[in-house]
Design a protein around this ligand. Sequence first.
Ligand code: PRT
Ligand code: ZN
Length: 286
Amino acid sequence: MENKLKIAIQKSGRLSEDSIDLLKSCGIKINTGLNKLKTTAENFPLEIYFLRDDDIPKYVADGVADIGIVGENVLFEKNNHVKLIKKTGFGKCRLSIAIPKDKVYKTNKSLNGLKIATTYPVILKKYLQANRIKADIHEISGSVEIAPSIGLADAICDLVSSGSTLLSNGLKEVEVVLKSEAVIIQNKGLPKQKMELLSQLMFRIDSLQAAKNNKYILLNAPNDKLKTICNLLPGMKSPTILPLAKEGWSSIHSVIKEDDFWEIIMKLKNAGAQGILVVPIEKMII
Ligand code: PRT
Ligand code: ZN
């Protein structure tokens, strides 16, 4: 059997560049010529298929591709039999219901009896059922935002990121139906060799994500403050302490979570830390 992992990514669109960047930052060399539908990585047994995002879940479910990168919005709408294995952190958006900005809106019960235009009928139907709302779903294939202004619908259910498209069409966001980001999906029946390649790729992605979520921190502290400061710094095992040339002082090195960063920095300063340096980590193997 051919021992290459096949990945499907979006050919051209909002997820294309980030998907390629993700592979490249895993050290995979890809030649992405214009209008290519398929390419082979130079230094990893990986074949890349460039497809429309809507087709990716089915291609992965059918085994044409082994894995794929696609928005959760597309994944849940298509409802194919695949496994979601990793969130990528890019392509973030939300699928929301919006109505004309001058319309009164109290709770989602205000949606009862409305006609909602969308390209996401499956997800919207589930949301309406779960919330016991009786609204009419009007499926259209594009330009959803203009539906209310041309009298086609009372409301819309569409993707939003900055919100400026809604604003410029005189609409306001009233309900978030789904929060979405690009995810990696996997065919459910991959043979052992492909699972091994996949775990190598996932190992690289995990190292990148861990690095992105953490920062390396170096600081100086008087020795009598070391204990208090070390208690604030978890580190991968525990902080590293090195003596400084200046008597009675030490340098402490550690790793902190990006999310805890500002809180910890203030505490460290208050505990007597000086000359604090924070540097990005390129890769982190846990
Ligand atoms: O050709 P193909 O079918 O592959 O591409 P496509 O046109 O269907 O998809 P594309 O490239 O537009 O989007 C791919 C994926 O990007 C989507 O499935 C989402 O998972 C993700 N994504 C993230 C978005 C947005 N943000 C987004 N803002 N997809 C679409 N939009 C559109 C939205 O539909 C609306 O028209 O942007 C507009 C709203 O943006 P704001 O910033 O004005 O709110
Ligand atoms: Zn599409």
